[in-house]
Write a protein that binds this ligand. Structure first.
Ligand SMILES: Nc1ncnc2c1ncn2[C@@H]1O[C@H](COP(=O)(O)OP(=O)(O)OP(=O)(O)O)[C@@H](O)[C@H]1O
Length: 227
């Protein structure tokens, strides 16, 4: 097994400056500035529609931005760099699991796509055990409950090593035991020098820097709506 390079160093530093994003012909936010260093958890808060998911998707390179800059360790990300950046791992509302495949095959596919390498059993079971999914490893994901599928999505953070985690509502649908497992996974990542940007209406139960997205809403939020 080739050892994955550990990208987590004390140097990791995400700087977002004056970011603006327009969707559907209207400005969702402008002037978003924040920074996260090794060990920082940035908690995005704000009511429905305030732009939390949009910001995470912009950082993940899934949506373009119209003004401002994103830099990792002082290296600015240009639009064309973002899909290939090794810095981020994003989990959005959609879990990205192939329903017809087993959990094992989903993880192997994800790992191959992210690293180009073959997933080994030790890494697979370590992540599955953490979210109590080992007994389901050979089940097609279509038979999973929503909480099990969400845990399957979360366990992928343990499969690959990316310094900056982008998590959209990571606690949703988790029972108490699995919320604790999520918290310990996040804690380990932060202690290892990673950083996390997480959108959540729930408290995350960890020390965090709060970023209230309502600060960046346009002055006339209805401008540009279809009706
Ligand atoms: N595909 C889209 N096209 C155009 N506008 C969109 C699209 N998806 C979302 N929006 C708009 O972007 C704004 C921000 O939405 P976003 O999903 O980022 O909010 P959020 O803070 O994550 O909300 P929630 O708490 O409900 O998850 C909303 O006003 C929404 O209407």
């Amino acid at each position: 097994m080739k050892t994955q390079k550990t990208a987590r160093t004390a140097a990791i530093y995400l700087a977002v400056n004056g970011l603006q994003c327009r969707r559907g012909g209207r400005t969702v936010f402008s002037g978003v500035s924040c920074e996260a260093r090794a060990g920082d958890l940035v908690h995005l808060v704000g009511p429905n529609g305030s732009g939390k998911t949009t910001l995470l998707r912009v950082l993940a390179g899934l949506l373009p931005f119209q003004a401002g800059s994103i830099a990792v360790d002082a290296v600015p990300l240009r639009a064309q760099d973002i899909p290939m950046t090794a810095a981020f791992l994003h989990a959005g509302h959609q879990n990205g699991l192939k329903k017809i495949l087993t959990l094992r095959d989903n993880c192997a596919l994800f790992y191959k796509l992210m690293t180009g390498e073959t997933l080994d059993e030790e890494r697979l079971y370590k992540a599955a055990d953490h979210f109590n999914l080992s007994l389901l490893i050979d089940q097609p994901v279509k038979f999973f409950s929503s909480g099990q599928a969400h845990r399957a999505s979360l366990m992928r953070f343990m499969l690959v090593d990316r310094p900056i985690w982008l998590m959209d509502e990571p606690t949703v649908g988790l029972d108490k035991a699995n919320r604790d497992q999520l918290k310990s996974m996040m804690q380990q990542h932060l202690a290892g020098g990673g950083c996390i940007i997480a959108a959540s209406h729930d408290p995350l139960g960890l020390p965090s820097i709060e970023l209230d997205m309502t600060r960046f809403e346009p002055a006339h939020p209805a401008e540009g709506y279809w009706s």
